[in-house]
Design a protein around this ligand. Structure first.
Ligand SMILES: *Cc1c(COP(=O)(O)O)cnc(C)c1O
Length: 376
């Protein structure tokens, strides 16, 4: 990723300088695009916003937000009042919680669907029986943490036919894995806290809009609602993104190896990973994802929730922590969170594969699984 660098003038820095100013010298009426105040438009964001836009194949820069959830909130703000949102029943937990809260307040209407069942989603988009056609389709593929794969291009075509805006949460796949704007999506949303940042040291989000109109609405929303990240975090994100392709090559390869080994491990009842031929999402993932199925694997541990908790107790390399997409491998039993969906099995452990030696990762996981499932 070579973009987002200063001009090659003699003596110029190779990297954009870190700008840590909240305000900028400004007399009279500021002209559009002139730096004035960091919440309105921060020049410290421009390099990384440009890089994210290029990675997603957008005609314009991305818009940074202070978290993935702030980015999702901004994207959902584009639903007209009373409009219907079609959202995966098992989207990222925060997305579902926010969508439900907006519906409860009467701001939007909500249809929750199995995003991997194309026919069901298409029917929900049409509305009928008194319900208006959808105003927005939210796609997450693969979903976190059940790893369901949605048919991006087919769903987008159906959404366009009813005039719905389409937003795709591309956090798990990353733009190197898939580019939803190429499928015809209107918005691509990221938690940059995950693979884009890649080092578990920042919380940030981003949205890339296909149209100038959506882009400017998102920037207005950010300015007024104020979920603007700091210049320092923008520096960290750009630094992280420089290695995203290398990290993902390693992560994809290691995840594929680990998934194959986990698939035949006696302590694993079921594995959710669309890179495995036996996975229901395999065929779709193969056609719409590049480079592999990504770095997140979910396993159901034989022996139930207690055994699953022990796995997180016994690993020495896999950090027992929430989040994903870092260079360090992490794992957690998702149902330890009180608000997690009932659809997520109690014994499901989500693994986020990092860049450590794959055989060391395997040895650590193997011993933890075996020990956790030993008869007591
Ligand atoms: C983590 C995550 C989010 C939320 O992002 P934050 O940066 O934690 O606010 C949204 N979508 C997906 C798929 C995620 O994994």
């Amino acid at each position: 990723m070579a973009a987002g660098r200063p001009e090659w003038d003699q003596g110029a820095p190779v990297n954009p300088p870190v700008i840590l100013s909240s305000t900028f010298i400004s007399r009279g009426v500021p002209t559009p695009g002139e730096p004035s105040y960091a919440r309105y438009d921060n020049p410290a964001h421009h390099a990384v916003e440009q890089v994210i836009g290029l990675l997603e194949g957008a005609d314009r820069s991305g818009v940074l937000f202070a978290s993935g959830m702030a980015a999702i909130d901004a994207a959902l703000s584009l639903i007209p009042s009373g409009g219907r949102l079609v959202v995966p029943a098992h989207a990222y937990n925060g997305t579902t919680t926010l969508a439900q809260a907006l519906a409860q307040d009467g701001r939007i209407r909500l249809s929750q669907v199995a995003i991997d069942k194309t026919e069901e989603v298409v029917e929900a988009l049409k509305g009928g029986a008194g319900a208006a056609p959808a105003a927005m389709l939210w796609i997450e593929t693969p979903t976190n943490p059940l790893m369901e794969v949605a048919d991006g291009p087919a769903l987008i075509e159906a959404a366009k036919a009813v005039g719905a805006i389409v937003a795709v949460d591309n956090t798990l796949a990353t733009p190197l894995g898939q580019r939803p704007l190429d499928w015809g999506a209107d918005l691509v949303v990221h938690s940059a806290s995950k693979f884009l940042g890649g080092h578990s040291d920042l919380i940030m989000g981003a949205v890339c809009a296909a149209s100038a109109e959506h882009d400017s609405a998102l920037r207005d929303f950010r300015r007024i609602h104020g979920a603007t990240p700091s210049g320092f975090d923008a520096f960290l994100l750009l630094r992280g993104i420089r290695t995203v392709a290398l990290r993902l090559d390693r992560i994809n390869a290691s995840a594929a190896t680990l998934a194959r080994r986990l698939d035949s491990h006696p302590a694993v009842d079921k594995i959710h990973y669309p890179g495995l031929e036996t996975d229901p999402g395999y065929a779709l993932a193969k056609t719409q994802m590049r480079g592999g199925a990504g770095g997140v694997i979910a396993i159901e541990v034989r022996g139930g929730a207690d055994a699953a908790d022990l796995v997180a107790e016994y690993t020495k390399i896999w950090a027992p922590a929430t989040s994903l997409g870092g260079v360090e491998s992490m794992l957690e039993r998702r149902q330890r969170w009180p608000g997690e969906f009932a659809a997520v099995p109690a014994n499901l452990v989500r693994l986020s594969v990092g860049i450590e030696d794959v055989d060391e990762l395997w040895a650590d996981l193997d011993q933890a699984l075996t020990r956790a499932c030993e008869p007591k």
